[in-house]
Design a protein around this ligand. Structure first.
Ligand code: DHB
Length: 398
């Protein structure tokens, strides 16, 4: 016996309630555009998923100027530079001096917490633990999808527009017909081992280190909690790494004649993060549009993932808003091409930072030396430093 689904009629049906889906939902609601967000995971799981922590100034503005919350301003840490470390030496880049810009260190899970709270405060319709099982009628003016909630109740969402904001393993993306989609990807022979530790900051700015043992990133979360990563084998198991072994490895990768030493403490979280570059083209099919990781993934070096997702959301929000105010789909039709311009710039930047800073096991010695030559080129020239600083702090939104 099949039970008839309960129908939900809305303007925009959003699949995925991570930062991208919630930000879009928030912006649409502010402009009076009805929407429903359906998210597979529960609130706690997303809140405890650790991701990158760097926000471009434009991403911060999207939170503060739209009334999400001011916590990013009070709890976030403004950073005006990074330290590129190679051959055991520090090469500080001063973003304020170079490109008159800064970034803010504010963990992605905090961004999620703030957005989720804002949607709840404003009466948003967000369904957690709700799994989308079917997407229908994308090539019509009333696209639909079905989902089952935590109680097993089946629903069918009828919308004008469907948005796939459901992350790198996107179900929405898989519904685009073969023959009308193209995927571009790069696999890398390494991953990141990430830790959270109760320790003081080791240095004022984030350190991106190239070393003979491989890449390391010394990041931060607060005065008392730090985030660090080191390049590892994609099949590495966290159980094989004791605290002592982790600190030895990290310390070797930042060591140099200046005697720089990491400040250590208890490690309370260890994860291996997979690594790839991926782009789906186009980012739309009929009345469905992909944003963020659902449409593209970048390797973490340079922390472009969330920033890129917010940039997609801004372009798509303006297109949807124009669709309702002018009745013209022109901007919606242009969404994919416009968003992809920035996507490919970010793909290039993330690939570039990754290849310049990492050393694959059994790397060709020529390639290892070449990367050091590139680091020398970038850090010894103001133009080189500006190129990196401009990309890191973020190109202007479209
Ligand atoms: C962090 C992660 C990154 O990938 C990066 O480039 C900078 C910071 C972080 O998690 O803090």
């Amino acid at each position: 016996m099949s039970v008839a689904p309960r129908i939900i009629k809305t303007q925009v049906g959003i699949i995925g309630g991570g930062p991208a889906g919630l930000m879009l939902s928030h912006l649409l609601a502010k402009n009076g555009i009805e929407n429903v967000v359906v998210e597979k995971r529960d609130h706690e799981t997303i809140r405890n998923t650790h991701r990158a922590g760097i926000l471009e100034a434009q991403a911060v503005t999207m939170l503060t100027d739209t009334g999400v919350d001011g916590r990013v301003l009070t709890d976030g840490d403004e950073h005006a530079g990074i330290d590129l470390r190679f051959n055991g030496e520090s090469h500080p880049l001063d973003f304020r001096d170079l490109v008159d810009a800064t970034v803010t260190l504010y963990a992605q899970n905090e961004v999620f917490v703030d957005l989720a709270a804002a949607r709840q405060r404003d009466g948003g319709d967000i369904r957690y633990e709700a799994e989308v099982t079917e997407i229908m009628d994308l090539e019509t003016e009333t696209p639909k999808f079905r989902f089952t909630d935590a109680d097993g109740q089946l629903y069918e969402v009828h919308a004008d527009i469907i948005v796939g904001a459901d992350g790198s393993r996107s179900f929405a993306r898989r519904q685009m017909p073969e023959g009308k989609r193209n995927d571009f990807k790069v696999e890398y022979p390494f991953a990141w081992f990430g830790i959270l530790t109760e320790a003081p900051k080791s240095a004022p700015e984030l350190i991106y280190a190239n070393s003979p043992q491989g890449f390391a990133l010394i990041s931060q979360r607060s005065e008392t909690v730090q985030r660090m990563y080191f390049q590892c084998d994609p099949n590495e198991k966290v159980e094989n790494w004791s605290e002592d072994r982790i600190w030895d490895e990290l310390q070797q990768r930042v060591a140099g004649p200046d005697g720089f030493e990491l400040k250590t403490g208890p490690i309370f979280d260890k994860t291996v993060l997979g690594f790839r570059s991926f782009v789906r083209e186009p980012l739309s099919h009929g009345r469905m549009f992909l944003v963020g990781d659902a449409g593209h993934t970048v390797p973490p070096t340079g922390a472009k993932g969330l920033n890129l997702a917010f940039a997609d959301v801004k372009v798509l929000f303006e297109a949807i808003d124009s669709f309702y105010s002018t009745k013209s789909p022109t901007l919606l039709d242009g969404y994919s091409d416009l968003a992809l311009k920035r996507v490919w710039k970010a793909q290039n930047f993330s690939y570039w930072m990754t290849s310049m800073l990492h050393t694959p096991v059994n790397a060709d010695p020529f390639m290892t030396r070449r990367a050091l030559g590139e680091l020398e080129t970038v850090t010894s020239s103001r133009y080189g430093q500006q190129y990196l600083a401009e990309s890191y702090t973020g190109w202007p939104h479209a």
